[in-house]
Design a binder for this molecule. Sequence first.
Ligand code: BTN
Length: 255
Amino acid sequence: MNEDEWNGAVIESLSEEWAEKIIFLPECGSTNDEAQKLALKGAADFSVVLTETQTSGRGRRGQPWTCPPGEGMACSVILRPDDPPALWSRIALATGLAVSEALDSFGCSSGVKWPNDVWINEQKVCGILVEAGDGFVVVGIGLNVNVTCFPEGLAFPATSLALEVGTPVSREDVLVACLNRLRVRVAQIGSSFPELLEAWEMRCVLRGKEVSLMEGDKLKRGTVLGLSPGGELILATSSGRESLLQASEIRVIGE
Ligand code: BTN
């Protein structure tokens, strides 16, 4: 799909409210960088930067993120939460959950992998990069919608929505579904967080699994028990129950 089709289709299939909030860039370095620049210039809550091609798309821990033109979806959403910055780390959970819920409407059953990946059948379909600035948060979403070929040497097996459902899917419809769910879930990072957590845990792909991960320079191994009331990952390790705020990619042992 070329630039005009992407843009036109998005505008057409979005409610006026969303259409007004989307800034389409045919190509950019990273939508997260563009969104940050716009946020610093005062862009409104829920402004969205959408692109067809990123020349330096990035993932967590400085990993590159590739999004094949015409097949993937790469966008960044600017949020200006009313909630205090101490709660903004919950946006990562809210986004993963929102994307996973959005995929339901395409007949696809997905799960969330702490803190914010979306997986289908033990393969990654979506990566999320949340970056906070002064008074705003940028939520970058990279979703393999119609991707059929993946680069070699990926750290994890990858899949796409189209590969899972067996037919190409409208990227515009996926975008709208993700934005609508994101709005609902981001509104729950404050007093409604228990509701968000309950829904997140229902989709947790790691519960009960034995995993390994790096926390800083320490290798940890344990069984995932679930999430704490604050959204930390709770692990049962040989030294007892531990909760993790941040960790490297989590690997399931034996998979
Ligand atoms: C990860 O799983 O490592 C996170 C990947 C995040 C990729 C998205 S694509 C849109 C946005 N712009 C970027 O440069 N990164 C995010």
